[in-house]
Design a protein around this ligand. Structure first.
Ligand code: ADP
Length: 491
């Protein structure tokens, strides 16, 4: 808005009309005092000020305006009919005015000047606003930096007070914070502790998980710098995400060495027991086969039926003992995987055939969905068949009301892996127990009384898949069914 100040009402009226005709908003004042009052109250982009006025002349008004921070920046155009002498013009400029127009006013000249000042003032107001908002933003950022720093300090303090080794890695996977415990196992604040030669390399395993954006969890022996002993630790590295993606990683090593020692003693007992059981069982099996041949029993006779039952039970016992032996092999790091390029489709077919033979083709229905292209993948055929047979046996065992099972395969080109799903429509597993079914000797309570088992099949499967650098998992809904899956890298 523009303020016109003139004691002559006719002048005021004609200037107002002139500016309004060019779409300017205009306010008027008839004296210097009224002008000052209005300028302090309202926001003006420009003041057109008559020099000659009674009581307070234009120069006095301009000088007073220059004294207030609110009004000191407002441009002023002086109007005067008489004082065109140089000294008056100089006075006009010195008192804060910006330009000078003589009366009688040439409308075109006045409009040109008004437009220029008006635009300049608008621009300077806009610039000031931008500057203010920039200052606000800088202030806000500075404040949030301070808050963030104090949050990080607080977080580091928390990590420092943990009994575990704790550390963080930045977005690029480089260690950028370690707590005091770290130095009991590592010489440098950026290098992972030294691991046992039989265990996986931490940096390599982490790089693999980082690529997939997934958390890392592994049991690993790391060397204590003081004693030189390797102690078992559970290593967990979890990604911290924000709206954009992974911001950084938080990791801990938890000492599980004592727990591992107790477990080892139990495993040693199991290992000895299963080895000792295996030898007499093998003889029992051989003698029963001999007896079967010698007796030449009638196929339909009751004795022949008993013989079949004896064979079945011996097979069950054999599977149990073999599984127990596998567990002790895993514990001793002796479960060796013999990877060779092979056709996965054949392995799936063999597993399905074995299940159909042992369960009878009429009692179960196994559908095969999806397909695998004719490519060879490096894997251990015997061990992967064992995983498939385990999934299929469970799918049938835990589906007493439904005999349908679906085996589906996908090839994920992006991840460079093949995925095998085994779906059943059985009793399902509650959400919070799904992860535990892959733990050693874990059985879901709800079903453990109704179904026989030892809870080691899936543990062996997960170890086999882990050794193939694949992943294993389950999704399930209680009373609707479960889908167990595993993946294998294509190369
Ligand atoms: P086992 O069957 O001998 O108990 P596993 O290791 O094969 O041992 O399975 C562990 C547990 O997971 C089982 O006890 C059972 O509670 C649950 N489970 C496995 N497969 C299924 C399935 N297909 N449906 C429902 N529960 C299952």
């Amino acid at each position: 808005m523009i303020l016109i100040v003139d004691d002559n009402q006719n002048n005021l009226f004609s200037l107002k009309k002139l500016l309004e005709s060019k779409d300017f908003q205009v306010d008027t004042a008839e004296s210097g005092r009224e002008a000052l009052g209005k300028a302090l109250k309202n926001d003006y982009a420009l003041i057109i000020l008559d020099v000659q006025m009674p009581e307070m002349d234009g120069f006095e008004v301009a000088e007073t305006l220059a004294g207030y921070s609110k009004t000191k920046e407002i441009p002023i155009i002086f109007l005067s009919a008489v004082n065109t002498e140089k000294k008056f013009i100089t006075k006009g400029y010195a008192s804060g005015g910006k330009d000078y127009v003589t009366k009688p006013v040439d409308p075109e000249i006045l409009l040109l000047k008004v437009k220029t000042f008006y635009n300049l003032q608008e621009q300077s107001i806009a610039m000031k606003k931008t500057q203010q908002s920039l200052e606000l933003e800088v202030k806000g950022r500075r404040e949030s930096q301070v808050t963030m720093k104090s949050q990080i300090d607080h977080f580091h303090l928390m990590l420092e007070s943990l009994p575990q080794i704790a550390f963080t890695l930045n977005q690029d996977g480089i260690v950028d914070f370690v707590n005091g415990k770290w130095y009991e196992y590592s010489v440098s604040d950026t290098l992972f502790p030294e691991t046992h030669s039989d265990d996986f390399d931490i940096a390599e395993e982490f790089a693999r998980c980082k690529k997939k954006g997934k958390a890392l969890e592994m049991e690993v022996r790391i060397k204590n710098r003081k004693s030189g002993d390797f102690r078992y630790h559970l290593l967990r590295v979890t990604p911290v995400r924000d709206e954009i993606g992974i911001k950084n990683w938080v990791g801990t090593f938890t000492d599980i060495d004592d727990q591992k020692k107790v477990e080892k003693e139990k495993d040693e007992f199991l290992s000895i027991a299963s080895h000792e059981l295996k030898t007499p069982l093998t003889s029992i099996k051989a003698y029963v086969q001999l007896l079967d041949r010698k007796l030449k029993l009638e196929k339909e006779s009751a004795e022949a039926g008993f013989m079949v039952k004896v064979h079945d039970q011996i097979e069950k016992l054999n599977t149990l003992i073999t599984d127990l032996l596998d567990v002790s092999k895993i514990e001793n790091g002796k479960l060796k995987i013999n990877k060779k390029p092979a056709n996965l489709e054949n392995t799936i077919k063999n597993a399905i055939d074995t299940i159909l033979q042992t369960h009878g083709e009429n009692t179960v229905k196994i559908d095969r969905h999806g397909f695998i292209p004719e490519i060879l993948i490096p894997f251990d055929e015997i061990r992967i068949e064992q995983v498939l047979i385990n999934f299929l046996t469970n799918a049938i065992k835990y589906s007493p009301q439904n005999n349908q099972v679906i085996v589906t395969t996908f090839v994920d080109e992006e991840e460079q892996e093949v995925k095998v799903n085994v779906t059943d429509f059985g009793i399902g597993i509650p959400d919070y127990k799904q992860e535990s079914v892959f733990h050693k000797f874990y059985r879901v309570e709800e079903s453990s009384l109704q179904f026989q088992g030892m809870g080691i099949g899936l543990y062996i499967c997960s170890e086999i898949i882990k050794q193939h650098h694949g992943s294993i998992g389950v999704s399930s809904i209680v009373d609707e069914g479960s889908t167990f899956y595993f993946t294998l890298p294509l190369n």
